[in-house]
Ligand binder design. Structure first.
Ligand code: SF4
Ligand code: SF4
Length: 102
């Protein structure tokens, strides 16, 4: 059986290049896919209200809140799917949430 190696996958592959049944043969491949395009709702980071408690970071199911030097940065919108969990957990109103206009 032939299939495209994940290191060769990019956003422009056609349907006949994907694996049978869309099976995933290895982990660590999410960086190849901009799944944030599925999003209909979107969070907004209000940096001036953020206390850097980092409560929002581990609850994100898509690891879409980057952290550098122990501080959260703006959202990774290539992968945020707009679930709103981060908005629900932020105790300081530093995340707004609403319909994304495209
Ligand atoms: S939960 Fe709110 S205050 Fe805490 S790091 Fe996240 S955005 Fe900032
Ligand atoms: S809306 Fe959901 S996917 Fe997007 S950053 Fe917040 S928790 Fe993560």
């Amino acid at each position: 059986m032939s299939f495209t190696k994940f290191e060769d996958i990019n956003e422009n592959i056609s349907w006949h290049d994907i694996t049978p049944g869309g099976e995933v043969y290895e982990g660590g491949t999410s960086r190849y896919f901009k799944t944030g395009e599925w999003r209909s709702m979107i969070p907004t980071f209000i940096a001036e209200k953020c206390k850097q408690c980092l409560l929002c970071v581990p609850v994100c199911p898509d690891s879409a809140i980057p952290v550098k030097d122990q501080k959260r940065l703006d959202f990774d919108f290539d992968h945020c799917k707009g679930c709103g969990v981060c908005y629900k957990v932020c105790p300081f109103g530093a995340i707004e949430f609403g319909v994304e206009e495209k």
